[in-house]
Design a binder for this molecule. Structure first.
Ligand code: PLP
Length: 441
């Protein structure tokens, strides 16, 4: 099979017809590219017009084990033939208990844990807000500029990625204070690592906690160990540990949002494992279900809700999604995908670095494992973001058979499946290279 294989420039006639119907009847969301899928296996997507495209987007970091992995599909079919729903929050079944035990065992920290199951990242973070409030009896949270924790009214108050995500929806949950993230390429304090001595972490304690974020009122610090939607920003060594230390010193919970960065994506099972920090609460979703909607909020058993009925839902830990999750975790383990992400990530980073050498408009390349990004600028001296060029490159890429997703103000993220073959990864990077060459003209 030759990939990519473009027979008609996407969107072809069948795709255009479906897109028109979608626009007429489906809520306006974010829709990045006019690609209409017919079927997808591994890292290859076939669209409704017969084009074969290479997937470097993985359904927004959902398909760490690739599309329709046979073991995940088998687990789904088997569970679907037994029972499809039994409201795991009100009744009991084995597959959900097994998944909770497994998540307890593979998340950082050896303490006994409990798991709340939801259906999305936002729902996992909503549960984290409630666990933290209920346990700490405090109402404030610290979060970071550029953060993305969801779009529900509670999580939106933590999200600070793009103004348009918040515009028109406030007031929302009160008591959230945002602090600049460790964005070294555009240091908000114009300092340089390591001589900065992690000023961006220290300021939480030295300024924020002494002024607008009293620790005695603060339940938790929400943090993405690698900021996702905000631009795939990797903090410098020591930052996460410093933030964790500050949280601990002030008896504030460290809430680790691994919704995008978890399950092997960065070359560790959890991105926070690039540091020594042990989070109090960890949230995971996206790739957990291998393509099915499921999320988990993992926290120490002693933080559990004090009585029945405090928090619940209908579909959380749905048996089919739980079975798919267990199969996904098996695949990650059996295929050694965490180590593979680290190794292939080095190759991906190397090739992106070579492209950065060649093209002045790539200002920065950053990432961990198979969670990589390049940031596009007008020129390297001014570092002025160039979202238009970024958008043109993305369009050119899907027209030539490579599916990409943006992030931040002017970056592209590269998040292929962790089991993508090196050949397909290189074929996708060759398409990207051609797009950059055209963009340079
Ligand atoms: C880090 C992070 N947290 C939370 C969310 C929200 O997840 P969902 O879209 O499943 O609600 C996202 C989604 O992109 C995310 O990247």
């Amino acid at each position: 099979m030759r990939v990519p294989d473009i027979k008609v420039t996407p969107p072809g006639p069948k795709a255009r017809e479906i897109i028109e119907r979608d626009r007429a009847s489906i809520a306006t969301t974010t829709k990045t590219a006019p690609i209409v899928v017919k079927r997808a296996h591994g890292s290859i997507v076939e669209d409704v017009d017969g084009n074969l495209l290479i997937d470097f987007a993985s359904g927004i970091s959902v398909l760490n084990v690739g599309h329709t992995h046979p073991k995940v599909v088998d687990a789904i079919s088997k569970q679907a033939s037994e029972f499809t729903h039994f409201a795991g929050t009100d009744f009991y079944y084995d597959v959900q208990a097994r998944l909770a035990e497994r998540l307890g065992a593979i998340t950082p920290g050896k303490h006994r844990k409990k798991v709340f199951f939801g259906n999305s990242g936002a729902e996992a973070n909503e549960a984290a807000i409630k666990v933290a409030k209920s346990h700490k009896k405090r109402h404030m949270f610290l979060a970071f500029l550029g953060a993305f924790h969801g779009r529900t009214q509670g999580t939106l108050s933590l999200t600070a990625s793009k103004a348009r995500q918040r515009a028109g929806f406030f007031p929302s949950m009160p008591g959230v204070v945002h602090v600049p993230y460790a964005y070294c390429y555009r240091c908000p304090y114009k300092l340089t690592y390591p001589s900065c001595d992690l000023y961006c972490a220290n300021i939480i304690e030295d300024t924020y906690m002494k002024t607008i974020a009293p620790p005695e009122d603060t339940a938790g610090i929400f943090v993405e160990p690698v900021q996702g939607e905000g631009g795939y920003i990797v903090p410098p060594p020591g930052w996460m540990d410093r933030v964790a230390r500050i949280a601990k010193d002030h008896d504030i919970l460290l809430i680790d949002d691994e919704v995008q960065s978890g399950l092997g994506r960065t070359g560790k099972m959890w991105a926070i494992e690039h540091s020594k920090a042990i989070p109090d609460i960890l949230t995971t979703a996206k790739s957990l279900g291998g393509g099915l909607p499921i999320s988990a909020t993992v926290y120490p058993a002693e933080m559990d809700f004090p009585e029945s009925g405090k928090h619940s839902n209908t579909f959380g830990g749905n048996p089919i999604a739980s079975a798919a999750s267990l199969a996904t975790l098996d695949v990650i383990e059996d295929e050694g995908l965490v180590a593979r992400s680290a190794k292939l990530g080095e190759h991906l980073a190397k090739r992106l670095d070579e492209m950065k050498e060649r093209y002045e408009f790539i200002g920065d390349r950053r990432g961990l494992g198979l969670m990589q990004a390049t940031e596009f600028v007008v020129d390297r001296a001014s570092k002025r973001p160039d979202p238009k060029r970024r958008d043109r490159i993305e369009k050119d890429a899907y027209e030539h058979g490579l599916i990409l997703l943006p992030c931040g103000e002017s970056s592209i993220r590269y998040i292929p499946a962790l089991n993508i073959t090196k050949e397909i990864l290189d074929a996708g990077l060759d398409v990207l290279e051609e797009c950059l060459r055209r963009a340079a003209k």
